[in-house]
Design a protein around this ligand. Structure first.
Ligand code: GAL
Length: 991
């Protein structure tokens, strides 16, 4: 590679020729032309290989066509290379600021027409909203400039290069550059021109930039305008028709704040926007302003004087087919979905999103932490030696990034915090970014999690802090020091508002403990909530050789280094399907709390500032899940932060069924994000009459037997079940294994809270070591009486002396069959167990068991530390809908606290099972699946699961919690399952 080229690619300064200062992304009536659409495209494997193509006469007819915006690795069916996924690691040698000569380089060309009218324009500007990672631009063969900063906007003045009529623009994009060292976010590496390209006519006398800073104070609003325009562009007029504002400034010196006597504030809950225009004779800019004041007072973060609690998510821009290419319709639907699930905040991890996203956030209502495009996490590997964050050679690049970030989006009321970036160590360049933001925007605080000791940021922020640690941060115990802090630094950090910029790692099945974090927020006002990691999976739609579609993750494209399925850690699957964790989140974050007290219910409004006028309250009573009465609950208006005590309706209590009251708070009218009647919050009250469980009948007269017999509808051979209700059924066999979840496979260090965890070793490894997935059985005895059968089994694994004794007693009880299984571990088990259950195989027989109807907790799967979304009721689902299609197959489908279960085959009922509570009143859960835990554990993707005709029913006396150990704390001790004796008792009726 020529030294000139090499110097260019490894230049730490952010390109040359892009216009500065950066400016807002504005809606203007000045003419513009989108250059999106098909471009000619040629890909070269190195930065040098390609012949020059910038000359206007160059013949590109032999080139391919590619859509702009797009990522070239997602176009061309693999012909243009493949996506690469890494979390922390650089997919190239750590040799900053250099990158390998093998540097895929995309050359783009297209013609465009410059309208004749544009000759009036003072300047013609070419804007790129996003190009990964380094690019150079030529227009009509004239070099225009170069830029890096993939998720940032760059504008170039092309006035002297363009002419009326036909023009040609050429762009060369290198996948790797010095910038790649500071864009090491945990996501796919996706090169190309992936955001809009726009040609803009800048009129003489136009408005270069405008910033309408707004504030709100007790009903009054203020607009403080900053107008950037030539002196000759004045007068400038600000109009907000709805507020009667029409303010003309004759000169720049006259521009002054405008006070408005009466406005409605903007909040994430009531995102009140006012249409505004800022105009000169030559140009008119349209903005939507929201009035709000952001401030930090002591350790409180306030908007409009009230404390904000972030029920937030980390949002990456990702789509299974488009990658980071923005699709407004999809983004709007995604944001509406967030609102429906009680999400009120977004951290734009870890770069500015497409600028339109912020318009949507203003409109739909979110508190936004807008993050700069910056991460250097790969330097962790070398103990942060050479980290750009503290290297003067990179200072300008850092400052350029934050300027472009803040300037582009400064007008949005939704943005309440600026974030410098993510996981870039610490250093003077970050401090310089912060200083620049403070000088430019005195109002909005600066966040950066890596500033552990709080030297240059305004908010104390952590990621994946455990519940006890979060509690410690919230409390005022001056003796306890905070992570990486001295006592004095701890005091400094405790003087600031705290957020969890990431918590509750939602990878695969999990996380547990949302509710524990939530509870802390209500006890410690310094804690302002947090942002779940993360909103959605980043799967890329791919196909197996036989054409089966699937969502690919790291390694599926043959990457040299990759981080597997760590990119699949969202509450939404790649195909937009909410996982049970999102339902759990919704229940935990619900903005209305119900506390039942005798014949009354206290209804608290936990919102920031909105009252309950948008809500209606409905109630219903069910007997064993069957509705018997329903109505509306009269609830007086409850203002934010207040409660109201409301009498409950009369509840008809059934003597022989469970009686449950359910109250829903629903939208009284349709919102922009949900229809009328959408459930915002729910609570249940158990009003069941007490009914004792049938006692275990003591039997005598057991005698040894070969065990080949019939009891009721059950047939046995050699003591083992072979038929039930006229169908082949085998089991029960002890099942202690579950297909490890991503959290079970995690070995992160945050285990100090749980004696069940071994530091550095995953629970899944311990289970495999103990052979839980390969248990074998030795039958010790078979005995019977006239109407009962009893077997005793010793269950254990190869190469292990540990065992479990399993006694199974089948008996006829009236017209039902009872199965009672006593499970008793030997001494010596030291780890947690994933489950204590029994498994039945239900082979196809005449027709497969393919559905269930149950009374218990539902409708979604639930686990001991994720039970808040589950309600008691009657539910039904087909077998495939009982499992979640996690990108990497794993434990799924457990429905807790079962009372009655009916298995179905098509429309026909096959078997009715009643779960009898154990002597502590505990009820088992069930899982109905097409696959065994062992089969699920062996599959890396859903398409690897074998075709089966057998269904599997597992009844669990208990399941282990979920935790968050894929990245964060292990299962909380209370929800960790220790080996222990358990009883499972089922009553079975054939149908
Ligand atoms: C954090 C990081 C995120 C993501 C997450 C794990 O450390 O900021 O970008 O990698 O861990 O999924």
């Amino acid at each position: 590679m020529s030294s000139e080229l090499s110097a260019y690619v490894s230049d730490t300064t952010p390109g040359r020729g892009a216009l500065r200062p950066a400016r807002s992304w504005l809606h203007s009536d000045a003419p513009s032309r989108s250059l999106n659409g098909p471009w000619r495209f040629r890909l070269s494997p190195t930065a040098t290989a390609a012949e020059d193509f910038t000359d206007e006469g160059f013949d590109d007819r032999g080139w391919d066509s590619i859509p702009v915006p797009s990522h070239w690795v997602l176009e061309g069916d693999g012909a243009n290379g493949r996506p690469i996924y890494t979390n922390i690691r650089f997919p190239f040698p750590i040799d900053p600021p250099h990158v390998p000569d093998e540097n895929p380089t995309g050359d783009y060309r297209r013609h465009f027409d410059l309208p004749a009218e544009w000759s009036d324009a003072e300047r013609v500007v070419l804007r790129f909203d996003g190009v990964e990672s380094l690019f150079t631009v030529w227009v009509n063969g004239v070099g225009i400039g170069a830029a890096s900063g993939s998720r940032l906007a760059h504008e170039f003045d092309v006035t002297s290069a363009v002419r009326p009529g036909d023009n040609v623009v050429a762009v060369r994009v290198h996948q790797w550059s010095a910038a790649s060292y500071v864009e090491d976010q945990d996501q796919w590496w996706l090169p190309g021109i992936f955001r809009d390209v726009t040609l803009i006519a800048r009129p003489a006398g136009g408005i270069e930039d405008v910033w309408l800073r707004t504030s709100f104070d007790h009903g009054r609003g203020r607009v403080d305008a900053e107008v950037t325009a030539e002196a000759s562009a004045f007068p400038v007029t600000l109009r907000i028709p709805e507020l009667g504002v029409e303010q003309v400034w004759a000169t720049a010196a006259e521009v002054a704040p405008v006070d408005v006597a009466e406005v409605e504030p903007w909040s994430a809950e009531r995102p009140r926007l006012y249409d505004a225009t800022v105009s000169t004779a030559a140009e008119s800019i349209t903005l939507r302003v929201g009035f709000r004041t952001v401030e930090i007072r002591g350790d409180r973060f306030l908007v409009n004087g009230r404390r904000v609690v972030f029920h937030g998510v980390n949002r990456h821009e990702t789509h299974p087919e488009r990658g980071r290419v923005f699709d407004e319709q999809h983004a709007r639907e995604d944001l509406a979905r967030m609102k429906r699930f009680n999400v009120n905040a977004i951290r734009t991890s870890h770069y500015p999103p497409h600028p339109r996203l912020l318009d949507l956030a203003d409109e739909l209502g979110f508190w936004v932490v807008l993050e700069c495009d910056l991460e250097t996490h790969g330097f962790d590997k070398v103990d942060w030696v050479g980290n750009p964050s503290d290297d003067p050679a990179w200072r300008e690049a850092y400052l350029d990034r934050i300027r472009r970030t803040v300037e582009r989006d400064k007008n949005h009321p939704s943005i309440v915090i600026w974030s410098l970036g993510n996981e870039a160590g610490t250093g003077s360049n970050l401090a310089a970014m912060s200083a620049w933001v403070h000088a430019r925007d005195a109002e909005r605080p600066v966040h950066y999690e890596g500033d552990y000791t709080g030297e240059y940021t305004d908010i104390y922020s952590r990621m994946y802090a455990s519940v006890p640690e979060t509690e410690e941060i919230g409390s005022d115990d001056a003796r306890s020091t905070l992570m990486n802090c001295t006592p004095a630094q701890s005091a400094r950090q405790r003087g600031k508002p705290f957020i969890l910029c990431e918590y509750a790692h939602a990878m695969g099945n999990g996380p547990g403990a949302f509710d524990q974090y939530e509870e802390l927020v209500h006890r410690h006002p310094r804690l302002h909530g947090g942002f779940v990691w993360e909103w959605r999976d980043h799967g890329i739609l791919a196909e197996t050789p036989d054409g089966t579609p699937y969502y690919a993750y790291g390694g599926d494209f043959g990457e040299v280094v990759h981080d597997g399925n760590f990119v699949m850690d969202g509450m939404l699957l790649s195909n937009d399907v909410p996982t049970p964790s999102l339902h759990e989140y919704k229940a935990v974050a619900q903005p209305v709390r119900f506390v039942f007290d005798g014949d009354k219910v206290a209804i608290s409004n936990l919102r920031h500032s909105a009252d309950t006028s948008d809500l209606r309250f409905r109630w219903r009573v069910e007997h064993d899940g069957t509705p018997v009465d329903a109505g509306d609950l009269e609830v007086p208006l409850v203002t934010a932060g207040e409660s109201g005590l409301v009498p409950l309706p009369r509840i008809p209590v059934s003597p022989d069924a469970e009686t449950w009251l359910t109250i829903d708070a629903v939208l009284a009218e349709a919102a922009a994000w949900a229809p009328e009647g959408h459930v915002v919050a729910t609570a249940q009250l158990d009003r069941s009459a007490r009914r004792p469980a049938p006692a275990v009948r003591h039997r005598t007269g057991w005698r040894p037997d070969a065990g080949t017999l019939t009891l009721g509808t059950a047939g046995f051979v050699g003591g083992s079940l072979v038929r039930l209700a006229g169908r082949p059924v085998t089991g029960p066999r002890l099942e202690l294994f579950r297909a490890p979840t991503d959290n079970d496979e995690g070995a992160s260090d945050g285990v100090e809270e749980s004696d069940a965890s071994v530091a550095g070793v995953s629970s899944a490894d311990l289970w495999r070591r103990d052979g839980l997935h390969r248990l074998t059985t030795r039958r010790l005895s078979v005995e019977r009486t006239a109407d009962a059968l009893r077997t005793l089994d010793r269950v254990s694994a190869a190469d292990s002396a540990l065992s479990v004794m399993v006694e199974s007693v089948w008996s006829v009880e009236g017209d039902e069959l009872e199965l009672r299984v006593e499970i008793e571990p030997s001494g010596g088990w030291r780890t947690v167990w994933p489950r204590i259950g029994i498994r039945f195989e239900l082979p196809d027989g005449t027709a497969p068991v393919d559905g269930a109807e149950w009374f218990g907790l539902g409708p979604h799967e639930s686990y001991p530390d994720s039970l808040r979304a589950a309600r008691t009721g009657r539910f039904s689902a087909g077998i495939d809908d009982l499992s979640v299609d996690y990108a990497r197959p794993q434990e799924t489908g457990h429905r807790s606290r079962l009372r009655h279960l009916t298995l179905r085959s098509g429309d026909a009922e096959v078997l009715r099972i009643t779960a009898v509570p154990d002597r502590h009143g505990r009820r088992p859960g069930f899982t109905l699946s097409r696959h065994t835990p062992q089969q699920i554990a062996a599959a890396g993707h859903p398409f690897e699961l074998p075709d089966t005709t057998t269904s599997h029913l597992i009844v669990d006396a208990a399941q282990h919690g979920l935790g968050s150990r894929a990245c964060g704390p292990d299962v909380w001790p209370e929800f960790a399952l220790r080996p222990e004796a358990r009883t499972i008792r089922l009553r079975i009726a054939g149908v």
